[in-house]
Ligand binder design. Structure first.
Ligand code: NAD
Length: 424
């Protein structure tokens, strides 16, 4: 585990050897700028585009210079606007232009989950370093194939499970791993969203695909990963319930980006996957419940959890991103209870991770994308792990997360029976 000071003491400033050797994959020649492209200029694509701009402006100057080459989107107007807005040299409408460009080394894939596999496989075969959004795909078969492609690739493949970079979540994990909360007894986690709560929200890729690729795949991938990030691996899941609350949606009249509403026709089409999923988890140590919904009115994006240990408890709520709450059993009885901790330079990521990193300065959900991009560029540049931010999750971990979600679907199909979660 990283000590508190390791977050603040990030190795020698300005030390960039000409050729930095990475462990297994081919290193990038640090004397050449790293050419960057982002495929997908929708809701999360813009966060990636911005993150690569900022990655070199946080922490010490250890990563090689980057060249922001292209933003690609099937929607040419969106791609062009995003390229201009974030300072990329050009835009593309066909991702194959990124595959074929020898000046592009690092690519984020930020399109619908069912498109991930084809693009990942082509990019890895071309030797590009790939940061693919979560979940790996919308089917286990595709995820298995992608993990295999990553195993045999000469370049690096990582998955963007961004919440591990939320300072509050990383802090709670530290509290657990350092033993300050004692042994984990119980975890309770929810990720509630309301993007599907309106019956006039038009059909989009989020509502298509097998059961389990709806709310469970979209936001359950985040919540289940966070639960394991904090409590350790789940052994089994049970009592799963998946349901589709709004069974048909209007066809869109134009392009849909993120969770936008409006622009819907009168023609209705069936929703294919889950609006809601809930299940019980058995961890190697402790148990808990997880619940996700995309029809939770008045919750635009609320990931929140509470973890209880033998020595104390902690909780974090995305609505107060820059805070965490902590309670310790050995506090004097008359003042025992949760205290609010304002997350600042004493906590993960934040010292030198913000332009103004003074205590009390606000931060939110965009910063973790910067830390994620930074960690990826550090790895591509071959900077040793101990002098870098923690690495991004591997495709193996992405596959494990998909298997966990698949176990939830199996439990649902078996009337709530306990289903083992395959180990990594
Ligand atoms: N890490 C996070 O916090 C986070 C948040 C949101 C979404 N995501 C993930 O990011 C991915 C994209 O989600 P989103 O909400 O940004 O989706 P989105 O629908 O807003 O954007 C997707 C974009 O992809 C474009 N596109 C479609 N087909 C394409 C193709 N063949 N080539 C190039 N572009 C194409 C669309 O025009 C659209 O602009 C998903 O995997 C999602 O799970 C992650």
């Amino acid at each position: 585990m990283r000590s508190r000071t390791s977050w603040n003491d990030r190795g020698p400033v300005g030390l960039v050897p000409d050729l930095i050797v990475s462990s297994q994959k081919e290193p990038h020649m640090a004397s050449h700028p790293l050419g960057i492209a982002v495929i997908g200029a929708g809701m999360a694509g813009k966060a990636h585009a911005h993150a690569y701009r900022e990655a070199g402006s946080v922490y010490a100057s250890t990563i090689p210079p980057v060249r922001l080459v292209s933003i690609c989107d099937l929607n040419a107007q969106l791609a062009e606007e995003a390229a201009a807005r974030f300072g990329y040299e050009r835009h593309d409408v066909d991702w194959r232009a990124i595959v074929d460009d020898p000046d592009i080394h690092v690519v984020s894939i930020v399109v619908a989950n069912f498109l991930h596999r084809e693009i990942v496989e082509a990019l890895l075969a071309a030797g590009k370093h790939v940061l693919c959004e979560k979940p790996l795909s919308d089917t286990i078969e595709d995820a298995e194939a992608m993990a295999e492609a990553a195993r045999s690739a000469s370049s690096i493949a990582r998955i963007g499970l961004t919440y591990r970079r939320a300072p509050g979540i990383a802090f709670v994990r530290e509290l657990v791993q350092s033993g300050r909360l004692g042994d984990v007894l119980h975890f309770s986690g929810r990720y509630w969203a309301d993007y599907g709560a309106h019956t006039d929200a038009p059909m989009s890729w989020r509502y298509r695909g097998p059961n389990g690729s709806g709310a469970l795949g979209d936001i359950g991938s985040h919540l289940s990963y966070v639960a394991e990030f904090i409590c350790g691996d789940m052994v089994s899941v049970s009592g799963a319930q998946l349901s589709t609350a709004i069974t048909e949606r209007p066809k869109p009249l134009g392009a849909i980006v993120g969770h936008t509403r409006g622009g819907a026709s009168d023609e209705m089409v069936p929703v294919e996957n889950d609006d809601y999923a809930g299940f019980t988890a058995e961890f190697a140590q402790g148990s808990g419940t997880l619940e996700v919904s995309r029809v939770a009115v008045a919750h635009p994006s609320t990931l929140f959890f509470e973890v209880f240990g033998t020595k104390g408890a902690a909780r974090w709520d995305q609505r107060s991103f820059a805070e965490a709450e902590v309670a310790f059993h050995d506090d004097p009885e008359d003042v025992i209870g949760y205290r609010t901790v304002r997350l600042g330079p004493a906590h993960p990521y934040l010292a030198n991770g913000l332009p103004m990193d003074s205590p009390g300065v606000g931060h939110g959900q965009n910063e973790p994308f910067v830390y994620q991009a930074r960690a990826f560029l550090e790895e591509v540049a071959g900077i040793p792990e101990e002098a870098s931010l923690p690495r991004n999750a591997s495709f193996e971990e992405g596959l494990r997360n998909m298997r966990l979600l698949d176990a939830v679907v199996q439990s649902h199909e078996a009337g709530g029976a306990a289903v083992e979660v395959p180990a990594l």
